[in-house]
Design a protein around this ligand. Structure first.
Ligand code: ARG
Length: 460
């Protein structure tokens, strides 16, 4: 038999460079475990359905397990001439157990085989991603709890807006990652159907039992259309989409960590183990990790666009173009996994500079809205109250004072309704703790959300 499993109709050997150009073995070898797992289930099904004998199936399964060990031990010799992981393993099987190995590919095509392998691989990776996300969320909750009384300035337009609890700010990210985890779970559920049995594109003439294979491999069901089964990469796209959103969240957090650790903010101190120095400026401690995660977000977006563009306009069913699905997918998985892992550790080791946050929170007239709300509670329409406090702030700017520093007489220049109790409303604590409704920044509201999040984690 010729070297290549498909060489029967060819009279000339493949050009060497074409061989290299068309091969995917350099990157799809990471699918080996799933390829073997799928093949074992397929071989057993063939025997159950009397398509091959039990004895043949046993030998095939034995051979496949041997190959698994060989690859695990780093002893397997991958061949570019054999193009991809599927043919490398099949060829080795035949080498090992003889021509009976050639029966494995009965009722199967590489087209449904590769669709299966990617799903099995991605499914497992999604489960480990979920663990990494969970660890990051745990670190955020721990920091929120440990710093429950720390007040920082909340911003809009990056201008001081209203004071918020640092814990509340961290919990905002916790919410984002909660939605990310939900998106990954959704797509896992949608993709968890078996494509094997679609054959090259039209199904197979053999009496296979797809439902049995699906059960063996932990799928919730089988795909319903053979053409779609071999040409669908929606699950990869959904993953890259979900991953892009997740990285967008990580990059926003990165940006804040970078800002907060600058000398001008000095809100936090990243652990030395996540930073590097400068080769020329001795004082520098650069936040490389969040910077890189922010940068890597771009490549994950790029992978999504690659995959979308790859799939655009492809006629049904399988096209070789689709071999290009793997690198963006693998790269996205590696990047997201690495970013989550490093973030969980970095957040856990974050030092908070509560005093600096507090000083910043007290600047910038951050309690102006509280004065306006106070005036409204004295019966003044909000628009008028807004005007009154606007003038108060202008007075403060001109006299180089912040709101809590004004005397009662100064306050009363702008409205006679302001009484001595105003001072109870313009402290940072009063401002924060008066926002008690669900989702607000009051300590009691934040504590409720931490408890809720902890309880939800207990359920998972
Ligand atoms: N290496 C191929 C891929 O990843 C496997 C499927 C090949 N099928 C084919 N008809 N050439 O897409």
């Amino acid at each position: 038999m010729s070297e290549k499993p498909w060489a029967g109709r060819f009279t000339q050997p493949t050009d060497k460079f074409v061989e290299e150009f068309t091969a995917s073995i350099s990157f799809d070898q990471r699918l080996y475990r799933y390829d073997i797992q799928g093949s074992i289930a397929h071989a057993r099904m063939l025997a159950r359905q009397k398509i091959i004998s039990d004895k043949d199936a046993e030998r095939i399964v034995y051979g496949l397990n041997e190959i698994l060990e060989e690859i695990n031990a780093g002893k397997f010799k991958f061949s570019v001439a054999l193009e991809d992981i599927h043919m490398n393993i099949e060829k080795r099987l035949i080498e090992q157990i003889g021509p009976v190995g050639g029966k494995l590919h009965t009722a199967r095509s590489r087209n449904d085989q590769v669709a299966l392998d990617i799903r099995l691989y991605l499914r497992e990776e999604l489960d480990s991603l979920a663990d990494y996300l969970d660890a990051l969320q745990g670190a955020l909750l721990d920091q929120a709890e440990a710093n429950i009384d720390v007040i920082m300035p909340g911003y809009t337009h990056l201008q001081t807006a209203q004071p918020v609890l640092f814990a509340h700010h961290l919990l905002a990210y916790h919410e984002m990652f909660l939605r990310d985890a939900g998106r990954l779970r959704d797509l896992r559920r949608r993709m968890n159907v078996l494509p094997l049995g679609a054959g090259a594109l039209a199904g197979t003439t053999f009496p296979i039992d797809r439902e049995w294979v699906a059960e063996q491999l932990g799928f919730d069901g089988v795909t319903r259309n053979s053409l779609d089964s071999v040409s669908d990469r929606d699950f990869g796209l959904e993953f890259c989409g979900a991953a892009s959103i997740l990285m967008m969240h990580l990059s926003r957090l990165s940006e804040e960590l970078i800002l907060w650790s600058s000398a001008d903010f000095s809100f936090i101190e990243l652990s030395d183990s996540f930073c590097t120095g400068s080769s020329i400026m001795p004082q520098k401690k650069n936040p490389d990790v969040p910077e890189l995660v922010r940068g890597k977000t771009g490549r994950v977006y790029g992978n999504l666009i690659s995959l979308l563009t790859l799939m655009k306009s492809l006629p049904l069913a399988y096209n070789k173009d689709m071999q290009e699905d793997k690198e963006p997918l693998f790269d996205t998985l590696d990047t997201v996994k690495g970013s989550l892992k490093i973030f969980a550790d970095m957040i856990a080791q974050l030092q908070v500079r509560a005093d600096n946050m507090r000083i910043a929170a007290a600047r910038g007239f951050s309690t102006a809205t509280d004065v306006a709300d106070y005036v409204v509670r004295k019966g003044i329409p909000f628009r008028e109250a807004h005007e009154i406090v606007g003038k108060t702030v202008r007075y403060c700017i001109e006299n180089n004072k912040d709101i809590p520093e004004l005397s009662l007489e100064e306050f009363q220049q702008f409205s006679p309704v302001i009484g001595a109790d105003i001072f109870d409303f313009v402290t940072l604590e009063a401002s924060v703790n008066s926002r008690k409704a669900t989702g607000g920044t009051a300590r009691e509201a934040v504590e409720r959300e931490i408890a809720r999040a902890r309880q939800a984690r207990g359920r998972n």
